[in-house]
Write a protein that binds this ligand. Sequence first.
Ligand code: NAI
Length: 381
Amino acid sequence: MQHSVFFIEGDGIGPEIWKAARPVLDAALDKAYGGNHQVDWQELLAGEKALRETGELLPAATLEALKSAALAIKGPLGTPVGKGFRSLNVTLRQTLDLYACIRPIRYFPGIASPLKHPEYVDMVIFRENTEDLYLGIEYKSGSPEAKKLLAFLRDSMGVAVSQEAGIGLKPMTEKGTKRLVRKAIAFARDRGRGSVTLMHKGNIMKFTEGAFREWGYEVAREEFAAVCCTEDAPEAGKVVVKDRIADALFQEVLLHPRDYSVIATPNLNGDYISDALAAQVGGLGMAPGVNMSDSLAFFEATHGTAPAIAGKDKANPCSFILSAAMMFEHMGLPEAAAMIHRAVNKVLADKTVTGDLAGQMENAVTVGCERFAELLGEALG
Ligand code: NAI
């Protein structure tokens, strides 16, 4: 069976990572399914390569193809510094309505971690991607827009905020929350995960973060009653839906990581907890991810373009390769994904790795991106 997947190489280290990773991915499919499943990789242009070849950073043809696609994977895209450039990643997320950012966080033995038991960390973050303070509705202190809004708050709403304040808005909707939580609970149900935790700051922000909590429980109650239960009334074999206040959850994931499995959270909390958890397992450079709409699963290496090492054969291709493994799982090809995970474990155990990982290990040997990927390919099986 041929599976069609769009790919965007990306900027900076993107092209070298793609070149190193592709043979590993094809080999994993071959070994796992003896030629019965193959990917037909179809390139889409975006970023610097697109600018060189078409004169545009994000050609309309790329967006059109993605609008009707089911699967795609991308390397990092740089954000040109200077005014007037919107981040390509943000443009892609908004145009394609990629509302769920999903990041699994797991430990790879051998990598230095600040935790005593990093192997207890096995969580999947579902971060809402389209609402909250990230919508960028904010006005600079002293600007005419800020003054107008502050005067409205004072005169029409009776709210006494300093007229000198810079001001931002935090819109969150029932629809935006429910579609995210729905995805998180369905994932927990389908993957046999024991709990979904709604992470929020609803004690302070009642009608945004507090509403997230309420709407989240509503989804569990109204749409997943047969498979969900709550903490006060646990039922064997069901997904426990619970909630934690954001600051308390930061403590909890450090102190009792085994109590948390899937975490569903608004945009800003999700940004913080994703990086904090990745750091707990020492894996910031290894973390895979996907941004999803209802029709498209757009997998991506979660790091940036690493301009300082671009073109030097120093980049670690693991985040991209593990994102592709996540894609294989999503495509119903878990054997290929498991094979890639075993290969990563083996190569890390052998301690012949790229410089970023060698720096987190004792007595490791440093190799380039290309050689590291070859070793991963050899370790498949
Ligand atoms: P970065 O992730 O590119 O680099 C941070 C540090 O990690 C650097 O020291 C870099 O050398 C290292 N690093 C990153 N990936 C690595 C890898 N695979 N192997 C070895 N070392 C690696 O973040 P930075 O410097 O903040 O951003 C650079 C550019 O990337 C910016 O234009 C930014 O907008 C873009 N970016 C794009 C993302 C995406 O497309 N998803 C995500 C984050 C940043």
